[in-house]
Write a protein that binds this ligand. Sequence first.
Ligand code: GLU
Length: 476
Amino acid sequence: MGDRVRVRFAPSPTGYLHVGGARTALFNWLYARQQGGVFVLRIEDTDLDRSTAESEEGLLRDLRWLGLDWDEGPGVGGPHGPYRQSERREIYQKAARSLLESGKAYPCFCPEELLEAKRQQAEAAGAPHHYDGTCRRLAPDEAKRRMAAGEPYAIRMAVPQKDMKLDDLVRGRVEWKAETLGDFIILRSNGMPVYNFCVVVDDADMQITHVIRGDDHLTNTHRQLIIYEALGKPLPVFGHVSMILGPDKTKLSKRHGTTSVGQYALDGYLPEGMVNFLALLGWSEGVDQEFYCRADLIEKFSLDRIGKSAAVFDQTKLAWMNGLHIRALPPERLGELVAPVLRQVWPADARLHDPAFLRKAALLLQNHLQVLKDAPGLLKPVLEGAPPENEEAAAALAVPGAAGLYSAFVEELGRIDWKRETINEALKAAGKKTCLKGKNLFMPIRVRLTGQCHGPDLGLVIDLLGLDEVRRRLLG
Ligand code: GLU
């Protein structure tokens, strides 16, 4: 194996990209980018009944949305392809045959019904149900003769009777007792390889140096280590990352809320917010910092700071963190991002195609928004105007001298060179003229413009609406 780090994300296209899978992908991607390594995407679609093309497309789309680009894999190619397991069957068959030839595996002629009957018997007796080794004991000549005669056979590993151990990067020393594993099948009699075999053949073939994945795969690792050894391939470094839990400390599921990355994208989360949040699910730099941009993460990420304990997925924190990333955006960019969300609600509003207007809308939203989809709700009173929303608002309009204030303010606004600062000066000047100040000065104007006593910075609201609209609302 070369020195270059090669990691992979190996999703099964049987559903959407789950936040747990996305976290696994992210850890691998960060490590690859930091180390100048290679990030491989491999589609594990051996389960043909459950794998779908739509699911694969969705996975790729969501990974792209997160900005986790792959160096080898579907759509990109690479020297170790194909990168879909369904297209690699011959590679697995060849590898299984090589184990047969080297005696590390053997043909098993036991019919499925017989195996099933034995399994049930063992279960009834409460005994562990491992393969009983009938075909392992066959004389080599007889096995050869039966194969040549065209009798169907599966290929089974001749599992060595020895304990296995692994020094896992995250979990430390993990050990398995020899007696917990019987001779397992690697290639079924219909030519279909089994999952654990494919994973090892692929990881070896693709020269993967580090396998970082969820610890739900730790039980598979016992079989996988045996396959590596039999194939004579060097072991990668393994790191099994703890599961993600819901706030009630049970395994994260739909009961806890959205778990689909694609849904978060639709709901107006930023990939930057999502990436930051996912990175901290199990990894920490060990300092008091939560806001990380992508470049920071690439620089700071380290495998040895992945924690052992399970991380809790807290949606409130995700929304808060997303808000931090919204505030970090240049307003032009935020304007571009909210534009489609706003246009859905106000399809006929031509202003929503004007970059200068969108930039101002972004400035107004930026400090108040956690997710993009909340933008229309926040902007509605500003864009549409509204009658006073409650008694407090109605009372603000009843301030003596309010009518004079509106005309004085409009007059002042008409005089200025329109800018954020000069808008505030016009307001002050109108206050002087009408002897109104503080709340009595800005509250009637705010309510007259938006119907609300509270809301975004008044100067920003006025700047966004422009003189004509302000005049219309104040004097109309
Ligand atoms: N295909 C497996 C999954 O989607 C991942 C296998 C692995 O990472 O070794 O969970």
